[in-house]
Design a protein around this ligand. Sequence first.
Ligand code: OGA
Ligand code: MN
Length: 204
Amino acid sequence: MEPEFRGALSRDALGRLAEQGFAIEPGWLGSQDVRALRERLVELDRRRALAPAGVGRGSARVVERRIRGDRIRWIDAATDNDAEKRLLRAFESLRLALNRELTLGLFELEAHYALYPPGAAYAMHRDRFRDDDARVVSCVLYLNDRWHAGDGGALRLHVAGDRCEDVQPMGGTLVLFFSERMFHAVLPASRSRLSVAGWFRRHA
Ligand code: OGA
Ligand code: MN
């Protein structure tokens, strides 16, 4: 029997998100699209079209490499790049599935590419700004070719108490977690680490 389409997220993954506050879905995006997005990100970096990421927002925003060392570029909702269009469509069906199955009332998505050069990291944090509660679900899609545990660069989720879950940034893997409660960090890697990070928001 054909599995019911839930934004290409399995019933198991939806259940895990609801129960443990996070879910990991390997192979969420097909390898051809992963490769196209990876090549696009590398090309943007080569053209110096990425900007150092900041922490905080508005007048509190600062660029502080010891806290956060990635370079980013926001993905334009009106992009004419085919792989980006397919990615945004996949995120849109995921948004509808999350609303339908978990009644989250998600309204829109914001997403950016991120490139962590070797040695760069992101210290433990949550994805909610102090003065803005719009972000509900955080998503990270990895774009790396053949990642090995020895390369470092895991996403460390502080799941509960002192329980941690390390996620390897394997191309095609999608991680989802609740933005408000999940403390998490990006560990440094010995090679460049490529991803798309997105947030489903409950209002503009
Ligand atoms: C972020 C973030 C995690 C990752 O961009 O806020 O926590 O694994 N990214 O890249
Ligand atoms: Mn984060």
